[in-house]
Design a binder for this molecule. Structure first.
Ligand code: ADP
Ligand code: MG
Length: 698
């Protein structure tokens, strides 16, 4: 295996490989394309393709694929082999620039939300040279964007790249206004912390709910859950440690900067965090990480559950999207600077984020909306569905001093000095991290914590990048026209604080009182479910902003509205059908056969000695018989509710029926089944229990 530094990135066609395999001229052109988006000459593309193919074949690859991220939320690939027949009856391995740059997968079955009429069903994939090609198995994977022939984005990468460009453009304008002439490029960077559960494959196979939906739809509460907090950062069980070791090895070969790993709060729950990188690459890497996690788990006889809420009653899984903005010169624009001048620039970028998050709270909520994430947000779990920002005490006090034009008193040991060059000088925030905030400032980056564990991080970052680009655009417009730069800057910062301070909240986000204050006093949005928030994607202010920055077209937004709600409805419908099936064909029969055996036992006891009371058996048979009837009745009700969805006039109406009706009936069915589980002898119950699942990996 060698040391990590020997094999890190060994399966990636990265800069090191490019430099060694390409001529100086070709390498130079390619770098220009990567860094500045310069158009790629077909001659250069051909040279790159040949070098890539030779390198891939030398590493055992036989196929190539355009690797893309359709709106299903996972990645897609169609493999073509490199072989071309040669006149002598053999084959040669070939790969051209044309094949590298553009592909035409038969993609008519991917969701398009009505964007693609059947006559142009094909769509095409276009190489994204900003994310390195890599080898998976025997296939060279080329990261690509996926579009329709009329140019509409059919994937998550295209709008992400557009949003990064929007942010770059507006941030550069601001930097120039601050006198910066050297920065060439500004990009957002992300480090996504990924949570997941590991259970044994053997037990997973016995549960149709886990197999079909990724979560348990039934399951009585175990005697022990997460109340002891003994799992968090606890010692790794040997099987888990072996899994993580191999996972790291596989990820490192693919150039993924897997860095930290630990046990999470819930039993069987774990986390992996990489070192941050450019948003685009971080998104690709996170998709790869989720895929490799599942593959490696399978090799260890385990199943990796990426669902947001695999188990009721214990913590669900999220993904913390650590996000910041940096220049190509390595300056983090969300890091408080050393000088008052740097601080002024920092405060302006900070204000741009505050303004963006307040004005586009709904878009941030929408960007993480799925049926599975609804079990976390707005459902008694961290974080709440209400978006707010945690800034910490010191930074909040600085903003307050600016807003009220009052001298900042400072806290102990701070070096705050007011009156220096308009804006105060302050140190990095040192207050405790707030773990309950959906959007927390953590010293030099923001941590957006509403993402679900199975979400692609693309959507959240598209909204974040674009909303911040919009704030910066408005600031730059005003600064450009200003006669007095400093006074205008100061005024803009003050105005932003005044107008948007309602979004700042440093308290406990789980507190019910906060939700009341947020919605009633502060007028913040609270969209607990996906059907509540998705319609706002098409609100005029949102359409205007997203189309202005050319991140989405109106058609693309409409299609995403459709697809998100379709996914929501399909997800819940599969769950409902699975429940009906499990209740009717496994749970009710199991309880009934247990009852029959109990009744036979009671009859045998009575025959042996009529004086015996048999209270245990008879009471239990009565109770369980009543419950079985209820189970079947509830299953029927749920089935009818699912059937009646067909009558909904459109996807919006269907999603509301699911939210108000189907999910409620699912809960009711679950309740009677879980009660039956607590009364039925374990040997009769058809599934591994919560205790088995949560404590089964040793
Ligand atoms: P935690 O939040 O668990 O305390 P850290 O603060 O160390 O952990 O970092 C969490 C994640 O934030 C890591 O993935 C790290 O790489 C990432 N991160 C650190 N700096 C930045 C940055 N400037 N931009 C984006 N992500 C960052
Ligand atoms: Mg964190």
């Amino acid at each position: 295996m060698g040391t990590v530094s020997d094999y890190f990135g060994s399966l990636v066609f990265d800069d090191r490989v490019m430099k060694s395999k390409l001529s100086a001229e070709v390498y130079g052109s390619l770098r220009k394309t990567i860094e500045e988006g310069a158009k790629l000459d077909i001659r250069v593309a051909n040279a790159v393709a040949i070098a890539m193919k030779d390198w891939a074949v030398a590493h055992g690859a036989t196929h190539f694929t355009h690797w893309f991220q359709p709106l299903t939320g996972i990645t897609a690939e169609k493999h073509d082999s490199f072989i071309t027949p040669s006149p002598d009856g053999g084959v040669i391995m070939e790969f051209s620039g044309k094949e590298l740059i553009k592909g035409e997968p038969d993609a008519s079955s991917f969701p398009s939300g009505g964007l693609r009429a059947t006559f142009e069903a094909r769509g095409y994939t276009a190489w994204d040279p900003t994310s390195y090609a890599f080898i998976k198995g025997k296939t060279l994977c080329i990261p690509t964007a996926f579009c329709s022939y009329s140019g509409h984005a059919l994937d998550k990468k295209t709008p992400l790249l557009r949003s990064m460009e929007a942010l770059n453009k507006q941030a550069l304008r601001i930097l120039r206004l601050f006198g910066n002439t050297s920065t060439k490029h500004v990009h957002s960077s992300v480090g996504p912390e990924q949570e997941y559960f590991l259970i044994t494959k053997e037990m997973c196979d016995q549960r149709p709910d886990l197999r079909f939906t990724g979560r348990t739809l039934f399951g009585a509460k175990p005697p022990k859950g997460q109340e002891m907090d003994d799992h968090y950062f606890g010692v790794m069980k040997p099987r888990v440690a072996a899994f993580m070791e191999e996972l790291n090895h596989e990820l490192w070969k693919l150039g993924v900067l897997a860095k930290t790993e630990h046990n999470e709060v819930a039993p069987a729950q774990h986390e992996l965090a990489p070192i941050y990188t450019t948003t685009n690459v971080a998104t690709d890497h996170n998709q790869l990480t989720m895929e490799i996690m599942q593959k490696v788990a399978a090799k260890h006889g385990l199943v990796c559950l990426l669902h947001e809420k695999p188990f009721a009653g214990v913590n669900g899984s999220g993904k913390h999207n650590n996000w910041s903005i940096s220049t190509d010169e390595g300056q983090n624009l969300l890091s408080p600077g050393e000088t008052p001048y740097e601080n002024a620039q920092f405060l302006l970028f900070l204000c741009a984020v505050i303004k963006a998050v307040d004005e586009y709270q709904d878009l941030l909520r929408i960007s993480v909306a799925t049926a599975s994430n609804d079990h976390r947000l707005g459902a008694n779990e961290a974080p709440p569905a209400v978006v707010s920002i945690f800034l910490g005490d010191e930074l909040s006090a600085v903003l307050e001093a600016i807003e009220t034009d009052s001298p900042y008193q400072g806290m102990e040991k701070t070096q705050m000095k007011l009156g220096v060059d308009v804006l105060p000088k302050f140190n990095r925030d040192t207050t405790d991290r707030n773990r309950t905030s959906p959007f927390a400032f953590t010293g030099n980056k923001f941590e957006f914590r509403m993402l679900g564990s199975s979400n692609s991080i693309a959507c959240a970052n598209i909204m974040l990048n674009t909303a911040v680009a919009e704030s910066l655009r408005l600031y730059a417009d005003r600064l450009q026209e200003a006669d007095d730069f400093k006074a205008t800057l100061h005024a803009m910062i003050r105005e932003t604080i005044k107008e948007h301070k309602r979004i700042i909240f440093n308290g406990n986000g789980y507190d019910e009182k906060w939700i009341q204050e947020a919605t009633q006093k502060r007028g913040l949005h609270n969209y607990p479910t996906t059907p509540d928030c998705i319609p706002h994607l098409l609100d005029p202010k949102n359409v205007k902003m997203l189309t202005l920055h050319k991140v989405y077209s109106v058609e693309e937004l409409k299609s995403r509205y459709e697809i998100t709600l379709e996914n929501y409805c399909k997800t819940v419908m599969i769950e409902a059908n699975t429940m009906v099936d499990m209740a009717n064909t496994q749970i009710a029969p199991a309880v009934s056969s247990y009852c029959a055996d109990l009744a036979r036992a009671a009859a045998a006891k009575k025959a042996w000695d009529p004086a015996l009371t048999c209270g245990y058996e008879t009471d239990l048979v009565r109770k369980l018989s009543t419950l079985t009837d209820k189970i079947v009745l509830q299953a029927d009700k749920l089935k009818s509710a699912v059937i009646s969805l067909e009558e909904a006039p459109d996807i919006g109406a269907e999603s509301i029926l699911i939210r108000d009706n189907v999910l409620k009936l699912m809960q009711e069915l679950r309740q009677v089944c879980d009660e039956a589980e607590t009364l039925t002898a374990k040997s009769y119950w058809p599934y591994p229990s919560y205790a088995d699942l949560l404590f089964g990996v040793q």
